[in-house]
Write a protein that binds this ligand. Structure first.
Ligand code: NDP
Ligand code: HEM
Length: 499
C-alpha cells in the first residue's frame, strides 16, 4: 500500500504532538542529565530499539516485486479455480525470490537453492505458490528438515559454515543426492533471479466441483533464458556486489524491462500415479517430461517494484496452505508439514494477525470467529463472535473432497528408506549435463572445491554416494577433491612458512 506525502508534513511524536526541533533533547542546564519527561526522545529511542523483527529462519535474504499472472490457455478440464478460468484473465501477484541458507545480509550469488514464492490476490482469497528453482528437494521425511537446515547453516561452536557438517549430513541421508546434483550444477549459482525457473516440486491436486481431480506439478520457465555464474564468478560477485540479484531485479523493473515466465502444468491421473515407478509423494523425484509432457497455461510478468521493502517484502507471508477452491494439497509428507509450518512461523515472525498486514490482506475476507490478539486492526465491530441465528453468515458451498483418495492403514513410524532407485534420476541429470559442453566438468569442480574442506571419513562416504550415481562421476569427484586437499595443505604450509 503506497502512502503519499505531497506537502511538507508537520513532524510529530507518535501520538501526533508537533515537535519543534527534533534534534534537541531536554536536559538540565547545558551539561546536566536528560529528562524522562522528554517523550519525543524516549518515543524515538524506544521505537528504534524495536525496529527488527525475527528474520525468516530460512530464506532470510530476498527481493521481490509485484506483477500479474495471465491465463494463456484453457485448463478448465483440470480445475475450476477461478483465477485459472478464462483465457486472458489477469490476477495481481507479489513475488519474493530468496536464497535459503544465508542470513538476511548474505550474498545473493551464494551456491544455494533459490526460493520463488508467488502470492496471487484472487477473487476467492490469496493463493500462494511457495516454490524453489529446483524441481526436487533434499528430503522426503519432514522430521529431517530442521536437522538438515542446521547442517547447512553455522556450526553451533565455531559459528562458521562447516563443510564437514554439510557433507556428513548429506552423505548419510543419500535421498538428497538428486537435489545435490542440481545444487552443484551451474544452476546452483544463477546469474540473477530473472534467469531461473521455478518448480512446485511437490505434487498438488487440481480439482473440479464434479469431484474429479488430477495430480499436478507446476513449472515456471524463464523467458529471459537460463543464465548462470560459474563457481568463481559467483564467488567474486559475492564480494564485489553481494546484493547483485536484488539490484538486478529492481533496476530491470525500473527500466521497464519486465521479466516474464511461461507457466506449465504436468498432470497425472490417479491410475497413472499408481503405475508410476516412483511415489508421486516423494519430493526427491521428477516426473519425466517424455511421459508427462508440460502443458502451457499462463504467463507471469513482474512489472512494479515495492515502495517499501519492509512493509511489502519483509512482512510478506507466503504459505503452501494458502489455497483456493480448485486446488488442494497432495499427501506428500513434506507438503503436509509445510501446511502447518508456514502459518506457524508467521505467527511468531509477524504476529497472530499477520493476514491483516496490507501486503498479506486478501481482496476480501470475513472471519468474525478470529478476534482480538496483538495488533488487531479489523475486529468486526459488533458482529457476533459465534454462529448467531440473529445475524446469519453465508457459507459458500465448496466441492466435496469425498470422491478423492481413500486412506486406510495402521499408525506407523514413517520410513522412506534409500534404495538403488534413488540414484537413477541423479544419473539421468548427470547425463543431461553431458549434453552441454563443460557442464559435467563444472559440476565435478564445484563439488570438489567445497568437499575438500570436509574431514577425510566424510569425503570417503561422499565419494561412495556419487559412485552409486555414476562410477565415472564418483571417480572424477574423488580425484579432483583429493587434488584440492593436497593443494590446500601445500598452500597452508606455504603461508605458515612465510609468517
Ligand atoms: P529431459 O531430458 O526431458 O529434460 C531434462 C531437463 O533437465 C531439461 O528440460 C531442463 O529442465 C533440465 N536441465 C537441463 N540442464 C540442466 C542442468 N544443468 N541442471 C539442472 N537441470 C537441467 O529430462 P527428464 O524429464 O527425463 O529428466 C532427466 C533429468 O532432468 C532429471 O533427473 C532431472 O534431474 C532433470 N530435470 C527434470 C525436470 C522434470 O520436471 N522432468 C525438470 C528439471 C530438471 P527445464 O526445462 O525445466 O529447464
Ligand atoms: C521459507 C519451512 C521445505 C520453499 C520457509 C520458512 C519456513 C520454512 C519456516 C520461513 C517462512 C517465513 O518466515 O515466512 C519449511 C519446512 C520444509 C520446507 C518445514 C519441509 C519440511 C520447502 C520446500 C520448498 C520451500 C520443499 C520449495 C518447494 C520455501 C520458500 C520460502 C520458504 C520459497 C521463502 C518464502 C518467502 O519468500 O517468504 N520454509 N520449508 N520450502 N520455503 Fe520452506
Amino acid at each position: 500500500m503506497v502512502k503519499e506525502y505531497k506537502d511538507s508534513p508537520v513532524y510529530t511524536t507518535s501520538n501526533g504532538c508537533p515537535v519543534m526541533n527534533p534534534l534537541e533533547s531536554q536536559r538540565v542546564g547545558e551539561n546536566g542529565p536528560l529528562l524522562l519527561q522528554d517523550f519525543h526522545l524516549i518515543d524515538l529511542l524506544a521505537h528504534f530499539d524495536r525496529e527488527r523483527i525475527p528474520e525468516r529462519v530460512v530464506h532470510a535474504k530476498g527481493a521481490g516485486a509485484y506483477g500479474e499472472f495471465e491465463v494463456t490457455d484453457d485448463i478448465s478440464d483440470l480445475t475450476d479455480a477461478d483465477l485459472f478460468t478464462g483465457i486472458g484473465k489477469k490476477t495481481k501477484t507479489l513475488v519474493r525470490f530468496s536464497t535459503v541458507g544465508g542470513e538476511k545480509g548474505s550474498a545473493d550469488s551464494a551456491r544455494d537453492p533459490r526460493g520463488f514464492a508467488i502470492k496471487f490476490y484472487t477473487e476467492e482469497g490469496n493463493y500462494d505458490w511457495v516454490f524453489n528453482n529446483t524441481p526436487i528437494f533434499f528430503i522426503r521425511d519432514p522430521t529431517k528438515f530442521p536437522i538438515f537446515i542446521h547442517t547447512q547453516k553455522r556450526n553451533p561452536q565455531t559459528n562458521l559454515k562447516d563443510a564437514t557438517m554439510f557433507w556428513d549430513y548429506l552423505s548419510n541421508n543419500q535421498e538428497a543426492v538428486h537435489q545435490l546434483m542440481h545444487l552443484f550444477s551451474d544452476r546452483g549459482t544463477p546469474y540473477s533471479y530473472r534467469h531461473m525457473n521455478g518448480y512446485s516440486g511437490h505434487t498438488y491436486k487440481f480439482t473440479k466441483a464434479d469431484g474429479s481431480f488430477k495430480y499436478v506439478q507446476i513449472h515456471l520457465k524463464t523467458d529471459q533464458g537460463i543464465k548462470t555464474f560459474n563457481n568463481e564468478q559467483a564467488g567474486e560477485m559475492a564480494s564485489s556486489n553481494p546484493d547483485h540479484h536484488t539490484q538486478d531485479l529492481f533496476e530491470a523493473i525500473e527500466k521497464g524491462e519486465f521479466p516474464t515466465w511461461t507457466v506449465y502444468v504436468q498432470t497425472m491421473s490417479q491410475a497413472e500415479a499408481e503405475k508410476f515407478k516412483y511415489s508421486i509423494f516423494d519430493l526427491t523425484k521428477v516426473w519425466p517430461h517424455a511421459d508427462f509432457p508440460l502443458r502451457r497455461f499462463g504467463k507471469l510478468t513482474l512489472n512494479k517494484n515495492p515502495e517499501n521493502y519492509f512493509a511489502e517484502i519483509e512482512q510478506a507471508a507466503f504459505s503452501p496452505s494458502h489455497l483456493v477452491p480448485g486446488v488442494q494439497p497432495s499427501a506428500d509428507p513434506i507438503l503436509q508439514s509445510r501446511l502447518f509450518s508456514y502459518p506457524d512461523t508467521h505467527r511468531y515472525r509477524l504476529g497472530v494477525n499477520y493476514q491483516q498486514l496490507p501486503v498479506n490482506c486478501p481482496l476480501r475476507s470475513f472471519n468474525p470467529f478470529q478476534r482480538d490478539g496483538p495488533m488487531q486492526m479489523a475486529n468486526y465491530g459488533s458482529q457476533p463472535n459465534y454462529q448467531s441465528s440473529f445475524r446469519p453468515i453465508t457459507y459458500k458451498p465448496v466441492a466435496s473432497h469425498d470422491a478423492h483418495e481413500k486412506w486406510v492403514g495402521a499408525a506407523i513410524n514413517f520410513a522412506f528408506r534409500v534404495t538403488d532407485a534413488d540414484y537413477e534420476q541423479p544419473n539421468g541429470l548427470w547425463k543431461v549435463m553431458g549434453r552441454t559442453a563443460g557442464q559435467q566438468d563444472n559440476f565435478v569442480h564445484n563439488v570438489s572445491v567445497h568437499l575438500c574442506g570436509a574431514r577425510q571419513e566424510v569425503r570417503e562416504k561422499t565419494y561412495g554416494m556419487f559412485n552409486k550415481v555414476n562410477e565415472e562421476l564418483g571417480r572424477r569427484i574423488r580425484e579432483e577433491t583429493e587434488e584440492n586437499v593436497k593443494k590446500d595443505a601445500a598452500n597452508s604450509a606455504g603461508i605458515a612458512a612465510r609468517l
